[in-house]
Every structure is written in C-alpha cells, then in structure tokens.
Design a protein around this ligand. Structure first.
Ligand code: ADP
Ligand code: MG
Length: 263
C-alpha cells in the first residue's frame, strides 16, 4: 500500500469522502479519509521567541492505512501527533478528521473525539503506577461513562488481545517495559477507536520487546485499524504500509521507495 501524500487540495480522493457526521453514532470506518491535513502550520511562542514547528504540512490518510511518520529529533513529529490527536490546534491550515473540520469543533466535542475515537500510545507508556493493569485499561471507558461491569469486561478482553491475560492484576512496576507498553496498547484499543496514534512506541524498549509491540501494531492493522506511527527509527518505520518523512516542519517523502533519502 503506497499511497501518495496529497498535497493539492481538490484531489480526486476528496471526492470519495462522505460528509457523514462524525459523532455521535457515526462510524469512521465507513468514511474513506480519516485524516486530511492541508498546509498545516504550528508556531510556538515563548515570550519574544517564535518557533515554527510545522511549516505547511499536507497529508491524507485513509481508513485502514498504517502510516509511519519518520523524522529526526526536533523535526515536528510530536507537534504533528498532538494536532492529529486533537490535543493541540494548528496555527493555520486545515485539519479534517473523518471529514469534520477540527477547528470548528467545540472543546467539548474535541474531548469526545480524543476519548472515544482516538487511541494514544506514548513512548513513556503513561500508565498510572498505583493501579493494576486492568484498572489502567478501563480508564478511558470511565471517562466515556461506561458502567463498571462492562468496563472490567472490556479491559480484560483488551488485555487478552495483547497477550496479557495472565497479568491483569499486576501494577506497571511489576511488569517489564514491553508488557507495560502492551498495557498501553490495550488501553488505546479498549474504546474501539478508529485511529490509533503511537509516538515513538518502541523508543524505551529493548529490541525484543520493540518487535513484540510492532507485531501487535501489525495485528491491529490486519484487523482494519487506522494506525499512525511516529518514529525517528527507519527500521521501526518500515513496519508500516506507507512511510512519510518530516524534516524541519515539512513533509519530505511520499512513500517507501524514497525511504533511503530520509536517513
Ligand atoms: P520531534 O517530536 O520531532 O522531536 P517536536 O514536535 O517535539 O519535534 O518539536 C519541534 C520543534 O518545536 C522543536 O524545535 C521544539 O523545540 C519546538 N517545540 C516543541 N514543543 C514546543 C513548545 N511547547 N514550546 C516551544 N517550542 C516547542
Ligand atoms: Mg517527539
């Protein structure tokens, strides 16, 4: 799957996008284009200093795609992930998530999107140290207002999916790094999100655990999930169906054939 980055507005892909409303009750999987970024910029201002972290990024990602975004440290990867994850908004340009212009959403609507439609996996796992694996996994469901019994059932199912059925009572500190990241993947999955965003998910793992987590990502892709994997590591990126490069806040590459050039 080697889909070109769409940099021009009004491409043919735009035509197949439905305008079905994003939520509540809609199904992202039925919508062709999950992500459409057009000329997105992000400028951070700290006092008198302005840092342009993104300088005009255009990118389209279809439902069911597995895309890696690769770039060196400081290239704007995390900034991009924050925008894709509705954790932050662009300074200019447009971001449509499943056809819906994110800039027009209220803060409450964005919070709903983050909680129910997007699963996050971070380099540092970001698990609560004081509670068990299953309690970590059920957390997004608590925010979503799911009842206690269903929460526990779904958390257990998600942990079984990532191969941790035997570790549900363990706290993060009682698990290996690879196992902790699998808990984090289960937590990202438990809401049945339409998009999974992973920022350097293998960055803190040894090579065995890293390939374990990448194998898990692969399974999710096979199951029809839309995945965006952010990494500085070319080997990690090569696990994805499509690789796009980012450098100095700009997209540099369109697909795997150009991978060599981003080293
Ligand atoms: P990456 O994840 O690829 O390492 P980032 O998106 O974190 O890159 O950062 C891109 C650029 O934006 C860097 O120059 C970084 O210093 C700057 N930057 C990131 N976050 C902030 C922030 N909150 N305030 C100011 N500058 C920031
Ligand atoms: Mg980063």
């Amino acid at each position: 799957m080697s889909q070109r980055v769409t940099s021009s507005p009004g491409s043919s892909e735009r035509a197949v996008r439905t305008d079905e409303h994003f939520f509540p009750g809609s199904h992202l999987a039925e919508i062709q284009m999950v992500i459409e970024l057009e000329q997105v910029t992000k400028v951070y201002r700290t006092g008198a200093i302005a840092v342009a972290a993104l300088r005009g990024v255009s990118l389209s990602i279809k439902s069911g795609e597995y895309v890696a975004i690769i770039g060196p440290s400081g290239s704007g990867k995390s900034t991009l992930m924050h925008i894709l994850g509705c954790l932050d908004t662009p300074s200019s340009g447009t971001f449509r998530l499943a056809g819906e212009d994110v800039s027009s959403m209220s803060e409450a609507a964005l919070a709903t999107v983050r909680n129910r439609r997007i699963g996050f996996v971070f380099q540092q796992f970001n698990l609560l140290a004081s509670v068990s694996a299953w309690q970590n996994v059920e957390l997004p469901l608590t925010y979503a207002g799911v009842g206690r019994t269903e929460r526990k059932d779904r958390a257990m199912t998600a942990l079984a999916k990532v191969g941790l059925a035997g570790r549900v009572q363990h706290r993060p500190g009682e698990l290996s790094g690879g196992q902790q990241q699998r808990v984090a993947v289960a937590r990202a999955l438990v809401t049945e999100p339409d998009l999974i965003l992973a920022d350097e998910p293998t960055g803190n793992l040894d090579s065995v655990s890293a390939s374990d987590v990448l194998g898990l990502m692969d399974e999710l892709h096979q199951a029809g999930r839309t995945l965006v994997l952010i990494t500085h590591d070319i080997e990690v990126a090569s696990a994805a169906g499509r690789v796009v490069g980012i450098r100095d806040g700009l997209m540099t590459e369109n697909d795997n054939r150009d991978l060599e050039n981003v080293r």
